[in-house]
Design a protein around this ligand. Structure first.
Ligand code: GLC
Ligand code: MG
Length: 463
């Protein structure tokens, strides 16, 4: 049975946690360039991925989440909350996503799905959504809208009828059209509270806090979780914006302050980045680990676009490059080499994992895995040792692994994920240009072991 411990395997002592809704928050669905999401990805990969937890909390079922996974350059999350907080999945050490069965069992208590469904069926204004969105603890409808008052009356009538029938359920209205009827204990906020409690009990509550991010009604609960900071993206729906405006207004009984609740100037992931900076969650000056991840991100981008030849600028003389086809190249000889045209589209780096190459007593070289590393990506035999994370000494050799993803047309090309390992020398670990590439090994991941395969398995889960 999967628990928070599985997600903590990749990040045993998280410093910080980001929880974000996906549609119109993390993802600007109509922007096919995904510019803002790519900006977030870069910031997260460099400054947070080594020591922080990334949590996606979406209204989508696992099935519709998988569609979005294909359409947008999302990073691999540590925890995935689906179906408006009624399903929680952890990324386990082997890379798969497994449900929290304890959460499911908890939601079962007092939930009479059939009776709730029969009652909701009496409302002609509620048209059931597609079958994939009807889940064990969630029934979803589209509200056939009329006037604001009439819409409100339908929702109020449903809530009262449920209460009168003694049915424990929660009605959530989002995006001005979606109506979700959830098991009483479910919801994005309740799911987050459950996870935070588990972290607390594991002695792993993030000391630098939690930032939640959202744009619509089902996100309101996230902002009400005690102790979190919140970002309402600029494109938020009135239902959330009005809630946030009131929460910031003491004359309306609001107790939030600009230090805990931010209504962003920027839409979607642009707003998330804005709030991360405003709340001071990005470490400044950057840690050597972040500088190294920045170096590797740069390397990945050069590797995957028309500038491949410029890799020589980041390499030591004599550095070598093993291509997926097994060719061994001298990096310096690649200067001016033509691009890998197939990967010239949208590309991004995911799951960066840093480990020092250390000399053991017997003179043998061994690799120690660092905290924050995606364990599934670490070579067999590595040990998890989070105490090694903080410092990088001058002249130290490090192994960094990462995945290089790209789009083919307008969706991710899961058959061409490159799994890369690099050996880097830290000549001056406190400076952004203080790293040099010694060796780059690129492989193509088998399609069935990519995160896409793990998500596809998830999509097949039934109600
Ligand atoms: C997502 C889900 C849908 C839900 C909506 C709002 O779009 O697919 O079922 O009603 O989020 O929570
Ligand atoms: Mg949304």
């Amino acid at each position: 049975m999967a628990t928070i411990q599985d997600a903590l395997h990749a990040c045993p002592k998280p410093r910080f946690m980001l929880v974000s809704d996906l549609d119109h928050t993390m993802v600007q669905n109509e922007d096919l360039t995904h510019e803002k999401l790519q900006l977030f990805n870069r910031l997260w990969s460099i400054n947070f991925s080594g020591d922080s937890l990334l949590v996606f909390s979406t209204g989508r079922s696992p099935n519709l989440f998988c569609q979005l996974w294909d359409e947008a350059p999302l990073l691999t999350p540590n925890v995935l909350i689906c179906s408006v907080g009624s399903e929680i999945f952890y990324r386990t050490p082997d890379g798969s996503l497994l449900p929290d069965k304890a959460w499911e069992a908890y939601l079962d208590q007092g939930w009479d799905r059939a009776a709730v469904q029969a009652l909701a069926a009496k409302y002609p204004q509620l048209a059931p959504q597609v079958a994939s969105e009807q889940r064990r603890h969630k029934l979803s409808f589209h509200l056939q809208r009329s006037t604001a008052e009439a819409d409100e009356a339908v929702l109020q009538g449903l809530r009262e009828a449920l209460a009168a029938a003694g049915l424990a359920a929660k009605v959530i209205y989002s995006g001005g059209v979606d109506v979700d009827v959830l098991a009483q204990g479910a919801g994005k906020g309740k799911a987050l509270e459950f996870i935070l409690k588990e972290l607390q009990e594991a002695g792993a509550y993030p000391p630098d806090g939690v930032q939640v991010n959202g744009d619509s009604g089902n996100d309101i609960e996230l902002f009400q979780v005690p102790g979190v900071r919140g970002c309402v993206v600029s494109n938020a729906h009135p239902e959330l914006r009005n809630w946030a405006t009131a929460a910031l207004d003491p004359s309306k009984g609001g107790s939030a302050t600009p230090a805990t609740l931010h209504i962003a100037q920027q839409p979607c992931a642009g707003g998330i980045v804005e709030a991360l900076l405003l709340f001071g969650s990005v470490q400044n000056p950057p840690q050597p680990q972040s500088l190294l991840r920045g170096f590797v991100t740069e390397l990945g981008l050069l590797q995957s676009n028309a500038l491949a030849g410029n890799l020589a600028l980041l390499a030591e003389p004599g550095a070598t490059w093993v291509t997926p086809a097994g060719r061994v190249l001298q990096v310096v000889q690649c200067m001016g080499e033509p691009a890998d045209a197939a990967a010239a589209g949208l590309t991004w780096v995911d799951r960066i994992c840093v480990r020092p190459l250390v000399q053991s007593k017997g003179g043998q070289t061994s690799i120690h895995q660092q905290g924050g590393a995606a364990a599934a990506d670490a070579p067999a035999g590595t040990v998890n040792n989070s105490s090694l994370t903080s410092s990088i000494s001058e002249g130290e050799l490090l192994v960094v692994t990462y995945q290089l993803w790209s789009f083919k047309g307008q969706s991710r090309d899961s058959s061409r994920v490159r799994q890369c390992s690099v050996v880097v020398r830290a000549s001056q670990p406190g400076a952004a240009d203080g790293f040099k590439l010694l060796h780059l090994h690129e492989g193509v991941m088998a399609a069935d072991v990519t995160a896409t395969a793990a998500f596809a398995a998830l999509a097949a889960t039934s109600t």
